[in-house]
Write a protein that binds this ligand. Structure first.
Ligand code: A2P
Length: 276
């Protein structure tokens, strides 16, 4: 079966498409509406958005106008990073449902362990409070799977220790070259599934000469190598594009990267988003 039509299964039995469509940095309004429409027309069935992207309403409109049944599309959204209270999280979730024009979400996650303007701040108590609101909606059937994003091991441990439901998902920025070995191992141990955002390193990775060479060997594009690599690692990449040919290209990953080439890719180190 084609990767695009295949699923992973989360620890609670919920199926999640192997490839998703990321909408970070897609402007609200026509840009988000058109990109999501193209993604759905071309077979994507997981759309990832966030209250923080300000494009939930356009994303929701595109999903509704697609003609697909609600249950055919896996929708993820995120609790804004500065909301660290039980009451705030409940209100925010209901607002997200309204923005998206749906009465349930497939996945709702805490966007980050700290507010984006206070990176590194200890919000352990607030994360537990917010997560308890997610648990409550999960138990009510309003969210099919819950989780977190950008959480390191210490942040995950706080949730595991102080909440009832182990997160089903941790969505992290992950792509060839990043060393998340310990975090990935921890997540595997706890059956926390990894969704990889920025699978192309926001595009910077596509200039990597080693990836370009591997891509040539397989007669595919560097983007396809980056996406396929993550699939072979058992993760769900969510590439973003606003261009139809790229939206389509990013789904054509039904080739297999041989072990020796996976090793070559494993040996790439560094984060091209932050050139030294
Ligand atoms: P655009 O949206 O203009 O097509 P990531 O998913 O890692 O965040 O990367 C997204 C970036 O990579 C965007 O700048 C996007 O540009 C670009 N991009 C997405 N798919 C491709 C592709 N197949 N080839 C080249 N660039 C791509």
């Amino acid at each position: 079966m084609k990767v695009l039509n295949s699923f992973y299964v989360l620890s609670n039995g919920v199926k999640i498409p192997k490839i998703g469509f990321g909408t970070w940095q897609i402007k609200p309004g026509e840009d988000a509406y058109n990109a999501v429409t193209l993604a759905l027309e071309n077979g994507y069935r997981h759309i990832d958005t966030a209250e923080g992207y300000r494009n939930e309403a356009s994303v929701g409109r595109a999903i509704r106008d697609s003609g697909l049944r609600r249950e055919e599309v896996f929708i993820t959204s995120k609790l804004e990073s500065h909301i660290k209270t039980y009451k705030g999280a409940k209100e925010a979730f209901l607002k997200t449902l309204k923005n998206l024009g749906t009465d349930y979400l497939d996945l709702f996650i805490i966007h980050a362990p700290w507010p984006w303007d206070q990176v590194g701040k200890n919000c352990d108590k607030g994360n537990v409070q917010a997560y308890k609101a997610l648990e409550e909606f999960y138990m009510l059937g309003k969210i099919r799977a819950i989780g977190v994003s950008n959480f390191e091991i210490e942040h995950l441990e706080n949730i595991v220790k102080n909440c009832d439901i182990i997160p089903h998902v941790n969505q992290i920025g992950h792509f060839i070259g990043l060393d998340h070995h310990d975090l990935i191992e921890y997540c595997e141990e706890k059956e926390i599934f990894i969704i990889a955002y920025s699978p192309l390193g926001i595009g910077y990775l596509l200039e990597n000469p080693v990836i370009k060479k591997v891509a040539e060997d397989y007669e595919v594009s560097p983007a396809q190598i980056c996406i396929r690599y993550l699939i072979q690692k058992g993760m769900a990449p969510i590439p973003k594009s606003v261009h139809e040919e790229r939206i389509i290209q990013n789904t054509k990953v039904d080739f297999v990267i041989q072990d020796e080439d996976m090793e070559i890719l494993d040996n790439i180190k560094g984060d091209p988003r932050r050139p030294q």
